[in-house]
Ligand binder design. Structure first.
Ligand code: ZN
Length: 162
């Protein structure tokens, strides 16, 4: 029988199907005791509509592998940050033409006062140019923004930093 952690690690994200929940940092812990599996997941952001799909996908994958007693727990603290996306995950995003997130903004300590919109440089995943602009704060899914490269003019999606 495949271990529960190995099964859970193959489940992919419904919105970023090139990434597993493990790549994304959503999969926090998988434990197995007396045939009972407990999976802890942290949603990418509160109210993420993909959360129910993630729970269902995890449960189905584990059932298909022969597990019958499955508990999926949602862990909200500490909150998910895009910094938890693994190096592997960032590489897979870039290969799929999606710009991976930069460093997440700091959550504690003094908040720097900035005037006007903060400027963030996002490299084009197609040509690597830093001359890109945001076209829409939201693309097909709320966790991605739509940008366009001013060097090669290709549009691309960018996973936002949170
Ligand atoms: Zn480009």
């Amino acid at each position: 029988m495949v271990t529960a952690v190995a099964v859970a690690s193959t489940v992919t994200d419904p919105e970023l199907p090139m990434l597993t929940l493990a790549d994304l940092g959503v999969l926090r812990e998988v434990s197995e005791e007396d045939g009972r599996v407990t999976v802890s997941i942290t949603p990418t952001y509160t109210g993420c509509p993909a959360m129910d799909t993630m729970r269902d996908d995890l449960e189905h994958a584990l059932r298909d592998a022969g597990y019958t007693e499955i508990e999926i727990r949602t862990v909200l603290e500490p909150a998910w940050t895009s910094d938890w996306i693994s190096e592997d995950g960032r590489r897979k995003l870039a290969e799929a033409g999606i710009a991976p997130p930069g460093s997440a903004p700091r959550r504690s300590g003094p908040i720097p006062l900035t005037l006007g919109p903060s400027v963030r440089r996002v490299a084009c995943p197609h040509c690597g140019s830093l001359d890109t602009e945001e076209q829409s704060r939201f693309s097909a899914t709320a966790c991605k923004a739509l940008r366009r490269c001013r060097s090669c003019w290709e549009p691309f999606e960018h996973v936002k930093e949170i």
